[in-house]
Design a protein around this ligand. Structure first.
Ligand code: PMP
Length: 419
């Protein structure tokens, strides 16, 4: 019968010396403790809390709602009424999908309105939205096609992939170290005298997602200017949060010195998609040459409308103020307990070190109703496993108290804090 035949063919493929050995590769990952499973829907964390479901596989915690402390929905806008209404109206009035590339028939007034607001927020001539932050990074770096790229060693994977796609000579400099960047540029200058028209690009995240620290952007701009390089900053974790929503570049008044400002609509802006903001020429070039823009369907109109509304709310300020209050309360509380809290942003990575200890810590937190799983290698270097605490503006006073109580108990249970 047909099913039997299919099975035999599959078996042959599995056993073939020329097969892809996917099971073996998964097993190898498992043995190294690196295999991951897709998380159950409840953990997707559009909200700052979820009702406890004893069958959800997260924990057997049977009390109040579980507090989500591991979402990038920093302003808690993914279930905000105004944002949802904007998305629903766009779905009804424009459609659920763009239907084609923006260059064909997928361009709508909703996209244009969002781009105008992003450009206004960033104080740039123009902005262009992509279907994800990932697509924005790979498409932009490849389309700029620099001869040489200088990239922070902790830059996001989408920047790393963009450097690969650009086929540029890529020099990785020490994390957040403008002196190391300057030295790398000077070395490259000496080794191969820079040709008249050689193009150099420095690229960095502004807020780093796993360490919660902030790149020294002014010093990076100084180094770049000494060597005639362009600067590109990924504001994925800063958009909507700093300087009336503009990010760190705006916060530090570096708009005129950073040629490419990029970010995502999927974190504080509670939607999906990515953007690039910069000069008219940059945006026109990307709209023509960034393959992830040209050959990909336009951002879904409800996503564009949601991001636009979320940006407006972020700029009103009240949500940002609430977030910073929550961040301060948690940071102070964790510091007082004796935790080593990294970072200088809304992201509070609590350093554990050992990977199994971190996993046990995460599990113990889950037993106390706090969802904040361990971050471990390969996401972070060996010996630096951590709990990445990502508070949200919508966490209540009571929830912050519960988080701190849980860290107090779970830290002892997992041997992270002394008895
Ligand atoms: N850049 C950084 C720094 C990120 O953290 C992320 C998302 N994790 C991205 C880019 C990619 O954005 P998106 O999720 O919109 O693809």
């Amino acid at each position: 019968t047909v099913p039997e035949t299919t099975e035999t063919v599959e078996d042959d493929h599995q056993n073939s010396a020329h097969g892809f050995a996917l099971r073996e590769r998964l097993d190898a990952r498992e043995q190294r403790g690196l295999r991951r499973d897709l998380a159950p829907t409840e953990r997707v964390a559009a909200r700052s809390r979820v009702a406890t479901d004893p069958g959800d596989g997260i924990s057997n915690f049977a009390g109040e709602d579980q507090v989500i402390l591991a979402s990038n929905n920093y302003l808690g806008l993914a279930d905000n009424d105004r944002v949802q209404q904007a998305a629903a109206a766009a779905a009804r009035e424009v459609g659920t999908g763009a239907g084609a590339s923006r260059l064909v028939t997928g361009d709508t007034p909703v996209h244009r309105a969002l781009e105008r607001n992003l450009a206004r927020t960033k104080d740039t001539e123009r902005a262009l939205v992509f279907s994800s932050g990932y697509a924005a990074n790979v498409g932009t770096i490849a389309a700029l096609a620099p001869d040489v790229i200088f990239s922070d060693e902790l830059n996001h994977a989408s920047i790393v992939d963009g450097c690969r796609l650009a086929c540029a000579e890529t020099m990785v400099y020490d994390h957040a170290d403008a002196d190391a960047l300057g030295a790398a540029m000077a070395r490259r200058d000496e080794q191969a005298r820079k040709g008249e028209d050689e193009s150099w690009l420095v690229v960095t995240d502004s807020v780093f997602s796993m360490d919660g620290d902030v790149a020294p952007l002014a010093a990076i701009c100084d180094a770049a200017e000494r060597h005639g390089a362009w600067v590109m900053v990924d504001e994925a974790h800063a958009t909507g949060l700093y300087a009336d929503g503009a990010g760190i570049v705006g916060h530090e008044g570096l708009g005129d010195r950073v040629q490419v400002q990029l970010g995502t609509l999927s974190k504080a802006l509670a939607s999906q998609g990515g953007y690039v903001a910069g000069s008219e020429a940059l945006v026109e070039h990307l709209a023509n040459a960034a393959r992830s823009f040209v050959f990909s369907t336009g951002l879904a109109p409800p996503a564009a409308a949601a991001a636009r509304e979320a940006l407006a709310i972020a700029r009103e300020g009240e949500r940002r103020e609430r977030l910073w209050n929550v961040v301060e309360r948690l940071r102070d509380g964790l510091d007082e307990m004796g935790y080593r809290v990294l970072g200088e942003s809304q992201i509070l990575p609590v350093l554990v070190g050992n990977r199994s200890k971190a996993v046990a810590f995460g599990e113990s937190l889950a037993e106390h109703g706090i969802v904040a799983p361990a971050i471990r290698p390969p996401t972070v270097p060996e010996g630096t496993s951590r709990i990445r605490v990502a508070p949200m503006a919508t966490h209540t006073e009571r929830e912050i108290e519960r988080c701190l109580e849980a860290f107090h108990e779970a830290g002892r249970a997992a041997g992270v804090l002394d008895e």
